[in-house]
Design a protein around this ligand. Structure first.
Ligand SMILES: C[S@@+](CC[C@H](N)C(=O)[O-])C[C@H]1O[C@@H](n2cnc3c(N)ncnc32)[C@H](O)[C@@H]1O
Length: 219
């Protein structure tokens, strides 16, 4: 049976991670974060980072962009607020508690939606991806860094076996890339533009989706 995750369970998990998150996950995801920010800044403008956590990525964005930062966990965001204050990050427009599955922004509000190491932590990932597509303007991009599960073979079986443990820690080990492509295929306005492995070990990847203007947008 598939392991279920709940919003309250994930929130509590990251509330607990907050004091040590940067120490444990700061360096390991650094190159992936840089790759995501480079991709986001090729479009630039008003960027939302969903699941921003402690705001570890915020100083890396160019001051030419305006950044909105959202996360479920207030203790994680306290770290982000402190970072913004200490470093004087004036390009950060807003830091807000929010759920990726029900974002409090109007349609087409952002040029780029960034989600770094977040989608596999969300209880209903496809619902969050739909929200990313809704708030991204046509011509904009959704930039995701993500764990990518093996799906099959020994690694796939180990990832599945670990799920009851890792889901309590706030993330999935089992998450095949097809979850993303199946989601995109089910919509008429999203196109995969990039998929490349990230260090360490290629268990993570960078995924870019472009939002295409539809006849509804042009009407
Ligand atoms: C693995 S951490 C990644 C944090 C940061 N993006 C980074 O690069 O280190 C996952 C983050 O996603 C947040 N998160 C999980 N589910 C979420 C949801 N439904 N809505 C918003 N944030 C969520 C968690 O609170 C946590 O801060």
């Amino acid at each position: 049976m598939a392991t279920q995750m709940s919003t309250i369970g994930v929130t509590r998990a990251y509330d607990r991670w907050a004091p040590i998150y940067d120490l444990v996950f700061g360096a390991v995801f650094r190159r992936g974060r840089s790759a995501a920010i480079d991709a986001a800044e090729r479009i630039g403008g008003r960027i939302i980072e969903v699941g921003v956590g402690t705001g570890i990525s915020l100083p890396q964005y160019s001051r030419a962009n305006r950044i909105v930062a959202v996360d479920l966990s207030d203790p994680m965001l306290d770290k982000a607020r402190e970072r913004v204050r200490k470093l004087g990050l004036s390009h950060v427009e807003q830091i807000a508690v929010g759920d990726a599955e029900a974002l409090n922004y109007v349609a087409n509000a952002f040029d780029v939606v960034v989600a770094q190491y977040v989608v596999t932590a969300v209880p209903n990932p496809e619902r969050a991806l739909d929200e990313f597509a809704r708030i991204c303007r046509p011509g904009g991009e959704i930039v995701i860094t993500t764990r990518e599960g093996a799906g099959k073979g020994l690694r796939g079986r180990i990832e599945k076996a670990l799920m009851p443990i890792t889901s309590r820690l706030g993330f999935r080990t089992e998450f095949p890339f097809e979850r993303y492509t199946d989601w995109a295929a089910g919509r008429g306005d999203i196109r995969l533009v990039e998929h490349r492995p990230l260090p360490p070990l290629g268990h993570f990847s960078l995924i870019r989706f472009a939002k295409i203007a539809t006849s509804n947008d042009r009407a």
